[in-house]
Design a protein around this ligand. Structure first.
Ligand code: ASP
Length: 323
């Protein structure tokens, strides 16, 4: 009887040791929720960065597309998951800085209820239209939209998304509050319809539209940044094209639920940083037009500050915008 008790005690000790060893993070694949459909900018950046992060972590980052409600469905799922480091999300300017102003009942709080990891990529915004849109430059495009706002269909990825937010600002500059808008589960599917000519235009992040612009299957009227993008040197800035008041920069970045273990946060920050220092990964991002984040923006605090800066900027404008 005594022997049996000792045996059990030994087994219990072994099990404990095994449990402690299994805690080394990450012991299993990490899910990265992409809150939009596959093929859009958020999905593209998540897959490029996630590929290299998987190598550093020694565990696969599995991308899960959970689309809906301008990206807030997927981010809600991520931020209400167990804060164990195994569920994180690739969000963006829309889901992290714009959505709180557009969804009063939002179930996550980007400023106080998230563990930021870091910025994954800056994404200049382009005004793009179907190939045969009858305007040869931005001035003509603006004139056409102003003259007949009901005639053209704008695509976006849902209220609160980057495309919705940046086109809302665009319409604000034009003084045309409402257009016919078609909401998609991400701008990947919207781009397909732009290429086939079923919708007229959208404002979107450079990484998914740059290849189509180069292939001449869609038109780009301007990039809403201070400088031209090195990936699309022929596309003028909004300032050059006659609309200097329309300037907006978007971005994508990683966060998880608040309360994640420090070890997981540190390892994810390190893996993101290594991905962004890796030459082939950088090249993939740069070729698509992404801007590689600074050392500061890659830190949890630096990314948090960016989310707050843009939320402060967007909240007063978006709160009263037509939805
Ligand atoms: N670019 C999209 C947006 O408008 C989302 C996506 O990545 O598909 O928010």
């Amino acid at each position: 009887m005594k022997k049996l008790t000792l045996g059990l005690a030994a087994a219990f000790t072994l099990a404990l040791a095994g449990g402690a060893m299994a805690q080394a993070y990450p012991a299993r694949p990490v899910t990265m929720i992409v809150p939009f459909a596959a093929g859009g900018p958020t999905d593209i950046i998540a897959r490029i960065v996630g590929d290299h992060m998987s190598k550093t972590l020694g565990q696969q980052i599995v991308i899960e597309n959970v689309a809906g409600a301008g990206g807030t469905t997927g981010i809600t799922r991520a931020m209400t998951a167990a804060p164990d480091g195994y569920t994180i999300a690739m969000g963006h300017l829309g889901t992290f800085s714009a959505a709180p102003a557009t969804y009063p009942g939002l179930k996550y709080d980007p400023l106080n209820g998230m563990q930021t990891i870091g910025l994954a990529g800056g994404t200049p915004i382009l005004i793009v239209a179907k190939k045969n849109f009858p305007a040869k430059d931005l001035k003509e495009f603006v004139a056409a939209v102003k003259a007949a706002p009901d005639k053209f269909n704008e695509a976006h990825a849902g209220v609160g998304s980057v495309s919705w937010t940046t086109c809302t600002l665009f319409k604000g500059v034009l003084g045309v509050p409402k257009l016919n808008a078609v909401a998609y589960r991400g701008t990947g599917p919207a781009l397909n319809d732009l290429v086939s000519g079923q919708i007229d235009f959208m404002c979107d992040q450079i990484v998914s539209v740059s290849e189509q612009i180069k292939a001449d299957t869609i038109k780009a009227y301007a990039v809403a940044s201070a400088e031209r993008s090195p990936a699309l040197p022929n596309v003028p800035t909004t300032k050059e094209a006659g609309l200097p008041d329309y300037q907006i920069e978007a971005w994508n970045g990683i966060a998880g639920p608040k309360g994640m273990p420090k070890e997981a946060v540190d390892k994810l920050v390190d893996a993101l940083n290594k991905a962004l220092n890796d030459e082939p990964t950088k090249k993939r991002l740069l070729d698509l037009g992404a801007v590689i984040p600074s050392a500061e923006e890659r830190t949890p605090a630096g990314f948090q500050a960016l989310i707050k800066r843009d939320a402060d900027k967007l909240t007063p404008v978006l709160a009263s915008a037509p939805k």
